[in-house]
Design a protein around this ligand. Structure first.
Ligand code: CA
Ligand code: CA
Length: 365
């Protein structure tokens, strides 16, 4: 297991429409992002993108690594509705876009687009310039497709490989995949990404979205599903103040597809440096195949400027394993902390590991 999880989202929380959820950028002029309990490939929910006005960009974006990655694999479920007429972009390309990988400076390195007339996938260099490859197979209407895109960013020795429903559509080497001066990928846009004066029309669902860093070895998600493990009991540390009798009941409202967190109504808090709290998790619902990784999701803010950080941690077999500290603001935001392997064994997670796992948080200055 060599692919490191960068970011994943199974869209398992019922966020309000037109909010970023676990992402951190939302661009678009009207209602078009819906967290849905029906537009899903697996689990409790998925993401519904509905866009009827061609000509502007509408997307969710995520900056997933400030330093940038040079070699990534993106995998996701993709549903294309036949009920909405596809329209091409109004820019130089005739395709409508699905996903863009940008460098840390905000330049589009490669764009994954859908030809509205053939329903074949195209990978462009840059916003809408050279077509590097076109799929042989087509994206199916009204059912879930699974797309995997691998990109090695380089101005001459770049690589692009596209898989659609498990079939290798093309695998290119010695490509220019880096029109931007910074040769990395630091941001992903999904939906109808920022293509100058472009952006198509259509209706897409996304689910089971994962990005892996392939610099240490290529791992293909191969249709991986993403399941949420929610809080179901207090863990071994309960050193924070609670607005209720238990710790976990104050932070468990995102467990099920019933609504977003309730902010300052029920919560845990502390002003004690190094105080820990942790919770037990619901049993994993996916127990077949390999576990590509775990991602701890935290919804939090800071009220005391002296305690500006929070350290998420994993508790495995009685040991605490701190993840990277989060730098907080005084507004609630979602943070994601990937953990590709079990820190106690430094091996891939197993179902039994996940069943016993506790997750928690430590106040950090
Ligand atoms: Ca899902
Ligand atoms: Ca709460």
């Amino acid at each position: 297991m060599t692919g490191n999880v960068v970011f994943m989202d199974g869209f398992e929380v019922d966020f309000a429409d037109n909010t970023v959820g676990l992402w951190n950028e939302l661009v678009g002029s009207s209602g078009f992002v819906y967290y849905s309990s029906t537009a899903k490939r697996s689990g409790l929910g998925g993401l519904d993108f509905a866009k009827s006005n061609a000509g502007t960009a509408h997307y969710l974006g995520r900056q997933f690594n400030p330093a940038g990655n040079t070699h990534v694999v993106v995998g996701f479920g993709f549903y294309l509705s036949s009920a909405v007429t596809l329209a091409g972009a109004s820019g130089a390309t005739t395709a409508t876009s699905v996903l863009a990988l940008l460098n840390t400076a905000g330049t589009v390195q490669v764009l994954l687009a859908l030809d509205p007339s053939t329903r074949k996938l195209k990978v462009h260099r840059g916003r809408n310039t050279a077509v590097l490859g076109t799929s042989t197979n087509v994206v199916n209407f009204d059912s879930w497709n699974y797309i995997e895109l691998r990109v090695l960013v380089h101005p001459t020795a770049g690589e692009v490989e596209l898989r659609l429903n498990g079939a290798v559509e093309f695998a290119l080497t010695n490509q220019n995949t880096s029109p931007g001066a910074s040769q990395n990928v630091g941001t992903v846009h999904i939906g109808f990404p920022a293509v100058s004066s472009a952006g198509g029309t259509g209706r897409y669902y996304f689910d089971d979205f994962i990005i892996l860093d392939a610099s240490g070895g290529i791992v293909w998600p191969q249709g991986a599903a993403i399941a949420m493990l929610g809080a179901e009991g207090d863990g071994d540390h309960a050193e924070w103040s609670s607005t209720g009798a238990a710790q976990y009941t104050e932070i468990d409202e995102a467990n099920f597809f019933v609504g977003p967190p309730d902010d300052d109504t029920t919560y845990l808090s502390t002003s004690t440096v190094d105080a820990r709290t942790c919770v037990q998790l619901t049993a994993p619902t996916i127990l077949t195949g390999d576990v590509l990784g775990v991602q701890l999701c935290t919804y939090t803010k800071v009220a005391d400027p002296a305690l500006g950080k929070l350290t998420p941690f994993l508790r495995v077999d009685g040991g605490n394993y701190d993840l990277s500290p989060l730098t907080l603001t005084n507004s609630y935001l979602w943070y994601t902390s990937p953990a590709t392997v079990n820190p106690a064994t430094v091996l891939a997670w197993t179902g039994d590991d996940l069943d016993a796992l506790q997750i928690g948080w430590k106040a950090t200055t």
